[in-house]
Design a protein around this ligand. Structure first.
Ligand code: FAD
Length: 396
């Protein structure tokens, strides 16, 4: 009987983790299945580029996992039953149930509407490929002078507004910030950011919380109306409700509460990584939803799974941020170094060098996922014990 590892989601956390598990565990006694809703590895960090019309090619997951032994199941996860150790899926093949011995949950996140009226009906977003493509179509049909309002001054909002303004100088791009633009950056980096916004002609509405979205405008808390042929909602990420509904212990955010090894605190057969894990970083605070966190958490989760299955000591991997890297279009960027408490250091890198570095980071993340067998050890590790199936009532 092989130990069945099921990985839910093949984004930055899941795709990398599946490759890493396959690279290091022997197929003689483990079976790794990845379930993903779409056939491609979608580089979410580039979806604002996709939305503004840039041509991006996403790799087929079937090619990514070819020759690795990882089984790919293209299906949508609809539920998890951690007591019976099963996952419910629907797909073109009809769907059904998948049984697991170890589950790695990495379903990522989607846009957070925060219950603001009109967002679900009228706003666009760049958090998934489907929504980015819908926005791409809308923007392609928007003529000269068309107004675009990006709501949210986080990293995604800034990257989206600058990318749109650089690629489509014919549009009038604005950004609504609840606070001050770049308030979390060092003074020099903030100055750089403001200069980039000025250069790109982006209007900034600071201290402007948007309380309603309508088809051609957004309404701020003080009643101000901001014209917007297109409103792009970029006010944070929210996780899918599947984890909360499954009975796994979740935080208020709906993220799965995990220990230092990314193991669910309520169900030891379940691990979580990426946006959907409520993981505490080395500074004692929850890790933010980001690709960097997806990297830290999937490395820790896979290290823990491998160690526990092979009977070795569980290593701890780093859960610490060194900096934030924000694109400002294709030719400019800011790399802000931070201290252990994620406070900005005075040092930052800006301009073309930072843009080239960011481009390298994006390419590196994609390359690492596309080459899961790179650095394959000569001997894969065997399991210490056979899986305990005593309480598993569903056949694979
Ligand atoms: C435009 C944009 C720019 C960004 N830029 C940065 C950046 O510069 N730096 C940074 O650190 N972070 C950035 N992020 C955030 C980063 O992309 C996410 O934090 C990261 O993708 C999280 O990785 P993940 O593996 O948890 O989730 P994802 O990468 O979202 O992967 C989740 C996977 O699960 C699949 N899935 C979801 N639901 C289901 C289901 N029900 N059934 C089956 N499969 C499902 C999805 O198809 C996907 O393949 C950006 C995000 C966006 C949207």
């Amino acid at each position: 009987m092989k130990h069945r590892i099921v990985v839910l989601g093949a984004g930055y956390a899941g795709a990398f983790a599946a490759g890493n598990l396959a690279r290091r565990l022997s197929p003689a006694d483990t079976e790794i299945t990845v379930v993903n809703a779409v056939p491609d590895f979608v580089e979410r960090m580039r979806l604002h580029q996709l939305a503004i019309g840039q041509d991006l090619a996403f790799r087929k997951l079937a090619d990514v996992f070819a020759g690795t032994g990882v089984r790919l199941r293209l299906a949508r996860v609809t539920g998890v039953d951690p007591e019976r150790r099963t996952v419910a899926v629907t797909g073109e093949d009809g769907g059904g149930e998948l049984a697991y011995d170890t589950l790695l949950y990495t379903l990522g996140s989607s846009v957070a509407h925060h219950g603001v009226p009109g967002v679900a009906e009228f706003a666009f977003d760049v958090t998934a490929r489907s929504s980015a493509l819908r926005l791409r179509e809308r923007l392609a049909g928007l003529g000269e002078g068309g107004t675009v309002l990006v709501v949210g001054e986080g990293l995604t909002g800034i990257e989206t507004a600058t990318e749109f303004a650089e690629s489509r100088p014919d549009l009038s791009v604005a950004l609504a910030a609840r606070g001050e633009l770049g308030a979390w950056l060092s003074p020099k980096a903030r100055r750089h950011l403001r200069q980039a916004f000025d250069r790109l002609g982006i209007t900034v509405h600071e201290h402007t919380g948007i309380e309603a979205v309508e088809p051609t405008r957004a309404i701020a808390a003080d009643g101000t109306s901001i014209p917007a042929d297109v409103t792009v909602w970029s006010a944070g990420f929210a996780v899918h409700p599947i984890a909360a509904a499954s009975g796994l212990e979740v935080a208020e955010t709906g993220q799965i509460v995990v220990d230092r090894t990314m193991r669910s605190v309520s169900h030891p057969d379940v691990y979580a990584a990426g946006d959907c894990a409520y993981a505490i970083g080395e500074n004692g605070r929850p890790l933010p939803m980001s690709c960097a966190s997806a990297g830290f958490t999937n490395m820790q989760a896979t290290a823990a799974i491998i160690a526990r299955l092979t009977g070795s000591e569980v290593p701890t991997t780093g859960l610490k941020y060194y900096g934030n890297h924000i694109s400002l279009g294709r030719r400019d960027a800011i790399f802000q170094m931070v201290d252990g408490d994620v406070r900005p250091k005075s040092w930052y890198l800006g301009g073309r060098t930072a843009a080239r570095l960011k481009s390298g980071v994006l390419k590196g993340a994609g390359w690492g996922i596309a080459h899961p067998t790179f650095g394959m050890p000569k001997r894969k590790r065997r399991l210490a014990t056979a899986p305990d199936r005593s309480d598993a009532r569903v056949a694979a």
